[in-house]
Design a protein around this ligand. Structure first.
Ligand SMILES: Cc1cc2nc3c(=O)[nH]c(=O)nc-3n(C[C@H](O)[C@H](O)[C@H](O)COP(=O)(O)OP(=O)(O)OC[C@H]3O[C@@H](n4cnc5c(N)ncnc54)[C@H](O)[C@@H]3O)c2cc1C
Length: 606
């Protein structure tokens, strides 16, 4: 018999307890004292093999978010595999793919300055749900069947089916973290599908999880002259025409890996890859090393997702609803940016909710600015995949493309995140405008040039994004241009983003000049190319001016206030060469402690 129970009131109701749901709940609980949160998910709390999900690899921003903002460094270290950057492989000859020797490689050759993680998603979600409950979140093991999205600050009602009963949960703020069920997206006509809305990206994906693999088929771990870190614990990307494959270790003890393909439909139709047999046959024909690897272990699961990409018109609505994670957007798993987009979005939502609950006057301004920022940042990630269908298989062009993507990732995005510039109301409009100009102009032009060179079959050399011996001086794309890691400039605005953007723009100009020279020779001098060269140099100058202003306004701010406080306290430090007495107290104090613990235990029992 169905019956509706009386409504429960919360500050925030989160629909879905996947990565988004459990991380958002923890972030809200850590940042807003006494907040009342409900989490809803039909999956059992004890997740099983059936609940294995994608999103098993993090990069620096997501790792900073999970480790630092959610306080989970110890948990991640103890429970999930480490990560050593991204490796990229292209077959020298597509008919011969038996061993790593048959591939050209960009190996991550060291531990990057900021460590990252791989993860077993079922385990992560199970453990975080428990932590959230222990911190006071209420979990409903049920399915959202409807949500009443009232306008503005009016209370919303979320209808949940738990076993045979219906419940109504009421809250001012409702978050859709229910992934591809698109609870709010469908209700509000908020979703955008189709290549025409996604810079032409049209991909599907097939993947397997396999345990107890013989990883020596991939690499035996011995590469004394090649790297100062593991190859296996990187996220390995394998390329070919119209596709790339990921290989991610998701469990240390059971030697479990996730291997999957992102297939561009223009090159590989759905019906050629949509079963496990076809997927394995594809591996056997095109990446035999991966075929041997999956055959060496026990298959755990297989999935096929015909349509990966979508986005949304609005992420954070003035009506206090929010779409995050897969419910909001995903373009392609290249570079593992899903959890990074989620990190930016979660911090934005927490700040909007905090400001709105506190009745702060700029709360709506924050909502509008953060919505713009997140839409813009995700558009960059969408553009990163543009024309991949033509370019992925070309080792030369892709190595240049990856090099430039790395320049902006480490040069700007990571420092921007670390300095909390994505929450800064003065910075956001300038950033959004700059990105829009860039996407419509330079990025578009460059993408066409990449495709032109692919069509010509030109070899313009191989760029290794980890090395410091290819561009100018000792430059390498992993440089941040501010010592925010060394000097823990982790509070808002402490990291000098203007210096980061200035140098990244300057080196991009150098990179672009070299690329034009290698790709087009004297074609470098075409007006459009020169225009974009000066565009980068001009950006560097603008950022230099921004840096002068920034330094003026922040000159009295310490790099880190905890350190400044400790240094202040230390001014009264005096060395005290003394020990406190202990020998005469040994038996007495141990006896007392013992008595106290016995009495305490007896009290509890009675
Ligand atoms: C092929 C592929 C590979 C990817 N690889 C990566 C990667 O390596 N790294 C990365 O960062 N990102 C990756 N991503 C992106 C990844 O999907 C996201 O980063 C992330 O997993 C999204 O998490 P989520 O919480 O939004 O969704 P989910 O993890 O799907 O969680 C949604 C939750 O909502 C629940 N739910 C469903 N319906 C309801 C309902 N009616 N009521 C209540 N709850 C409901 C579900 O049970 C589920 O637990 C990949 C994506 C794809 C498509």
């Amino acid at each position: 018999m169905y019956h509706t129970q009386s409504p429960e009131e919360y500050d925030v109701v989160i629909m879905g307890a996947g990565f988004v749901g459990v991380c958002q709940a923890r972030h809200l609980l850590l940042n807003i004292p006494n907040i009342k949160i409900a989490l809803i998910d039909p999956r059992p709390e004890e997740r099983t093999q059936k609940d294995l999900k994608l999103g098993e690899s993090m990069v620096e921003v997501a790792a900073l978010f999970v480790g630092k903002e959610l306080g989970l460094y110890d948990y991640m270290t103890e429970n999930h595999p480490p990560k050593y950057g991204l490796n990229f492989h292209w077959a020298k000859d597509p008919t011969k793919t038996e061993t790593t020797d048959d591939y050209y490689h960009i190996w991550n050759n060291r531990q990057t300055l900021l460590a990252s993680f791989q993860m077993n998603r079922a385990k992560f979600e199970r453990d975080l749900l428990k932590m959230n409950k222990a911190m006071g979140a209420v979990f409903y093991p049920g399915r959202v069947v409807d949500v009443d999205l009232t306008p503005g600050d009016a209370i919303k009602t979320v209808k949940v089916k738990v076993e045979d009963s219906y419940l109504e949960l009421r809250a001012k703020h409702v978050i859709d973290g229910a992934g591809r069920k698109f609870i709010i997206g469908k209700k509000t006509d908020n979703l955008l599908f189709g290549a025409e809305n996604l810079f032409g990206v049209d991909t599907g994906s097939a993947w397997v999880r396999v345990k107890n693999v013989d990883r020596t088929i991939f690499h035996n771990g011995y590469d004394p002259n090649g790297a100062t870190c593991s190859h296996y614990y990187g996220t390995n990307h394998w390329f070919g025409h119209g596709h790339w494959l990921w290989m991610i270790p998701t469990e240390k003890d059971s030697k479990e890996i996730s291997i999957g393909i992102s297939q561009h439909r223009s090159a590989i139709p759905d019906n050629q890859i949509n079963t496990q047999e076809k997927f394995y046959a594809f591996l056997k024909a095109n990446h035999k090393i991966l075929y041997w690897l999956v055959m060496s272990g026990e298959n755990v699961d297989f999935h096929y997702l015909p349509r990966i990409s979508h986005t949304s018109k609005t992420f954070f609505s003035p009506d206090n609803w929010y779409v995050l994670g897969d419910a909001a957007c995903i373009f392609d798993p290249f570079y593992s940016l899903g959890t990074t987009m989620i990190a930016f979005a979660i911090e934005s939502v927490t700040e909007i909710v905090r400001a709105k609950l506190a009745g702060e006057p700029d709360a709506e301004r924050k909502r509008a600015a953060y919505n713009e920022f997140n839409l813009t940042y995700t558009r960059i990630n969408n553009h990163l995949i543009k024309e991949h269908d033509k370019q992925l298989g070309n080792a030369s062009i892709m190595s240049w493309r990856i090099y430039q993507d790395y320049m902006w990732w480490f040069g700007v995005i990571v420092p921007m995140y670390a300095g909390k510039w994505h929450l800064d109301l003065d910075f956001i409009p300038r950033y959004v405008k700059g990105v829009q100009t860039n996407l419509n102009g330079y990025s578009e032009h460059l993408c066409q040039q990449f495709s032109e060179l692919v069509a010509q079959g030109k070899n313009i050399g191989f760029m290794d994004c980890y090395r410091a011996d290819q561009l100018l001086g000792n430059y390498h794309p992993l440089e941040h241009f501010d010592n925010f890691v060394e000097n823990t400039k982790l509070e808002p605005r402490r990291c000098n983003i203007f210096a980061c953007m200035k140098y990244t723009s300057f080196y991009t100009a150098i990179w672009y000049a070299l690329f034009l020279w290698k790709g087009f020779g004297f074609g470098l001098l075409k007006p459009r190319n020169l225009y974009y060269l000066f565009y980068h140099l001009n950006n560097a100058i603008q950022c230099a001016i921004g840096e002068i202003i920034y330094k003026r306004f922040t000159k009295d701010l310490p790099a880190n206030s905890q350190i400044a406080k400790m240094r202040q306290e230390f001014t009264t430090y005096r060395h005290q060469p003394q020990l406190q007495k202990w020998i005469e107290n040994v038996e007495v104090s141990v006896g007392k402690e013992f008595n106290r613990s016995v009495v305490g235990a007896n009290d509890q029992r009675s």
